[in-house]
Write a protein that binds this ligand. Structure first.
Ligand code: BGC
Length: 288
């Protein structure tokens, strides 16, 4: 391959993700991924399973898509079950955790992924839209994290399994720091997630519990379809992404595996931006 070709911005090749070798980094660990029946959550569930974790595929709508993720994990020799629960409902979250503990015995990894958008101009936003987004994106992460922390503290470290008593990886967003007009409820929920996680990380670190966030930029999923599905929209999106490609769900799956594994054992309370440079103020590449 001629390296000069790649210096021409118009002829950058399409991204081809090399398959990572399977390392069994999470062998013997039990993971719960919320909102795991589509998009980022689905990829995270598949990657955790690939590294040897047993996975609970949480979902709230569409039984068939959750079953499809479970079946795919099983086809590849993994172990997974689907559990339906609305993460913003305390009773449903508690019974999901009870079912998981009954089935898997414990939890080592929680991936707080379930999230949604309900966009509107601020003066047109209903209280229902505000509450829905805060309830799922922020309160939902609180409710799941609380149940996980209770079990991590009860069980403590089992060194054959992991250096840590438990790991929470929260799927936040670049919008925990980038303001986003027209999406104020969403940005507020992710800003809340940021300080919830950093404060929680500080509180539970002495128990050897790690709490970190992954902050995706624009990832090709149904939540932001309008931002990438036409060539015009894609070109516009690229103005915000110095790395000049959209993110793929696997970009997030791999980052989550690393934060869940002992390879990142000394890392606690971070926000890991997986965004192709979206948080680098791309407008300043030529302006300012
Ligand atoms: C949002 C997407 C958006 C991305 C970058 C994500 O958190 O859910 O809709 O494309 O941030 O702006």
């Amino acid at each position: 391959m001629n390296p000069e070709q790649h210096n021409n911005l118009d002829t950058l090749p399409d991204v081809v993700m090399p398959e990572c070798p399977q390392r069994n980094l999470l062998r013997g660990q039990k993971a719960l991924v919320t909102g795991a029946n589509s998009g980022i959550g689905r990829s995270v569930a598949l990657y955790l399973a690939k590294e040897g974790a047993d996975v609970v595929v949480n979902y709230v709508f569409d039984d068939a898509s959750a079953k499809e993720v479970v079946d795919e994990i099983k086809r590849k020799g993994g172990h997974a079950i689907a559990i339906k629960a609305d993460v913003s409902n305390e009773t449903e979250v508690q019974s999901m955790f009870a079912s998981m503990l009954e089935e898997f015995g414990t939890i080592d990894i929680l991936v707080n992924n379930a999230g949604l958008q309900s966009d509107a101009a601020f003066d047109e936003m209903t209280l229902e839209q505000w509450n829905k987004v805060i309830n799922v994106n922020l309160t939902g992460q609180f409710l799941c994290a609380r149940e996980a922390i209770r079990e991590f503290k009860r069980r403590g470290v089992i060194s054959e399994i992991s250096c840590a008593a438990g790991k929470i990886i929260s799927i936040s967003s670049v919008h925990e720091v980038i303001p986003w007009g027209g999406h104020v409820n969403y940005a507020a929920s992710k800003g809340g997630v940021m300080l919830m996680n950093k404060s929680l990380a500080q509180e539970v670190a002495p128990y050897r519990i790690r709490v970190n966030s992954v902050c995706p930029g624009a990832i090709r999923t149904p939540i932001n379809r309008t931002a990438w599905e036409t060539p015009e929209a894609y070109d516009d999106l690229m103005k915000l992404i110095p790395y000049n490609r959209i993110g793929e769900p696997v970009d997030i799956g791999r980052a989550v595996v690393w934060l869940a594994s002992d390879d990142s054992d000394y890392i606690n309370g971070i926000s890991l931006f997986v965004d192709g440079g979206m948080t680098l103020y791309p407008g300043f590449a030529e302006g300012g």
